[in-house]
Design a protein around this ligand. Structure first.
Ligand code: MN
Length: 482
């Protein structure tokens, strides 16, 4: 088994992402979607799929779908029909799912992201609206499977990509980008671990340089981006091994075992479902007008990519800073606030990525829970820029005390006696004393040993109990030692 065998092949991956929309009510009825309620308490006859009930489309879900469509530069369909996808399962009380078949609300979109510094673009086949099923619970009762229908009817969008992904790494970055978009748009929590964003991967392999698609395996229902990457890497090896041994690949559905790190067959193509799609007779088409799309467009928030550009171009920040600060919606909101309170943009970025981030990590807080205002961080930056303190004292002594007490940085610094002295007369006095104390060092310095300046500065700092402004001290000593 040589490395060569694998390097001749490439993996071809398309992803299907299901994301729960964070609407308050369900896709086709008014039942609450609130998480954590007791089992089967958020179920009207509609969620239960009782005969004679009539679905109504949730308008908010349409708006959310239009938002993700705009964010991915998709074509948005004006006339939206719904369809029944028929299958039998205990957690699907109607016996069918209402989804969109021939008329997905968004088509031809694009998702752009970076993989190891390289730009990558993945085409989207479609984004459509549908409803979630209930939940089967296998591990509470020793004999029976229990069913909770609270989730039944929760709105989902399904984002289907073209097979443009070429590695596990790319798949992972794609999923992070989808997550970022959904969160910036505030239309889904997009938390894979909690199951409100799930991913199926269609994976095949082929010889590099060829363009035909080979039979693929569809790995279902993965709940972390890392597992998607692992499944793709496992499938690549497994399929290349089969192909290289001259065996025939078949289309099949597989599951990923996160503990073992492998995939296992679930059903082959012969046992594939025939869902017998047909137009949903109980729902009229939903029309999305151009004016409606324009209205949604007007209220679109700035997205991560746009903010990143802004941080770089308008505020002159390095790409690295801009990327980190735009990754999360709440972080960027805070940072944008901070940028409006200071002119020292690079210092603002340094504070966010240094002291603020560390403080949040150490205290297990999200930035939304951070009580120090952006204007207070700006005051800390100003204290440094005015020479009243330095970064080290400000970040390790003043800032933690500010975060604790909620007081203003200047007041805290005064209270703790941490303000630097910019008293030129005093520093000069101390500098003269130091010079008088080390006559030989002065001679050495003047004969060219400029490195000795550090010694003099250190002595002045010591005499001032660390409070002399180091920049001013440097300047004064330089003058005196001429
Ligand atoms: Mn689906």
């Amino acid at each position: 088994m040589t490395e060569d065998k694998y390097s001749k092949y490439e993996v071809v991956v398309g992803l299907e992402v299901h994301a729960q929309l964070s609407t308050h009510s369900k896709m086709y009825c008014a039942d609450s979607t609130e998480f954590g309620a007791s089992p089967n308490t958020q179920v009207s006859p509609l969620s239960l799929g009782l005969p004679g009930t009539l679905p109504v489309v949730n308008e908010m879900a349409i708006e959310y779908a239009v938002k993700i469509g705009l964010a991915t530069r998709s074509d948005i369909r004006y006339e939206n029909q719904f369809a029944r996808k028929n299958y039998f399962y205990a957690d699907l009380p109607k016996g069918y799912q209402i989804t969109q078949d021939k008329t997905p609300i968004c088509t031809n979109g694009t998702i752009e992201f970076e993989v190891n510094g390289e730009k990558k673009s993945v085409r989207l086949t479609r984004i459509h609206l549908e409803e979630d099923a209930g939940k089967s619970i296998h591990d509470i009762d020793p004999y029976f499977t229990l069913v909770d229908l609270n989730r039944a009817g929760t709105p989902l969008i399904e984002i289907v990509s073209e097979p443009d992904i070429r590695s596990g790494e790319e798949a992972m970055e794609y999923l992070y980008e989808v997550q970022k978009l959904l969160r910036y748009l505030d239309i889904s929590d997009a938390n894979m671990e909690e199951g409100n964003m799930r991913c199926d991967a269609n994976i095949s392999v082929r010889l590099k340089g060829t363009s035909a698609y080979n039979p693929r395996s569809e790995v279902k229902n993965m709940n972390s981006a890392r597992n998607v990457k692992r499944a793709i890497e496992f499938e690549f090896k497994r399929q290349v091994d089969l192909m290289d041994a001259g065996e025939k690949l078949t289309q099949e559905t597989r599951g990923f075992d996160a503990v073992k790190g492998n995939t296992l067959t679930q059903r082959s193509k012969e046992h594939a479902h025939d869902y017998r799609y047909f137009p949903e007779p109980d729902l009229p088409p939903v029309f999305v007008t151009e004016e409606y799309i324009a209205k949604v467009q007007k209220d679109m928030p700035k997205l991560a990519a746009e903010l990143k550009q802004e941080y770089m171009q308008q505020y002159g920040l390095p790409e690295y800073d801009a990327r980190l600060l735009s990754e999360d919606k709440f972080t960027s909101a805070y940072f944008t606030g901070l940028l409006s309170c200071t002119k020292n943009f690079k210092a603002a970025s340094n504070w966010m990525l240094g002291p603020v981030k560390n403080y949040l990590n150490e205290n297990g807080l999200a930035i939304q829970q951070f009580e120090v205002l952006p204007s207070t961080i700006a005051s800390l930056i100003a204290l440094i820029d005015e020479g009243k303190t330095n970064f080290s004292v400000a970040s390790t002594k003043i800032f933690p005390a500010v975060a604790q007490s909620g007081k203003e940085p200047l007041a805290v610094a005064q209270e703790l006696n941490l303000l630097q002295s910019s008293d030129e007369g005093l520093i000069k006095e101390l500098a003269e004393a130091v010079i008088a104390k080390y006559p030989e060092k002065v001679v050495e310095y003047r004969s060219g040993k400029k490195g000795l300046l550090g010694l003099f500065v250190g002595e002045v700092m010591k005499l001032s109990k660390g409070k002399a402004d180091p920049k001013l001290t440097n300047q004064i000593l330089n003058d005196l030692l001429q």
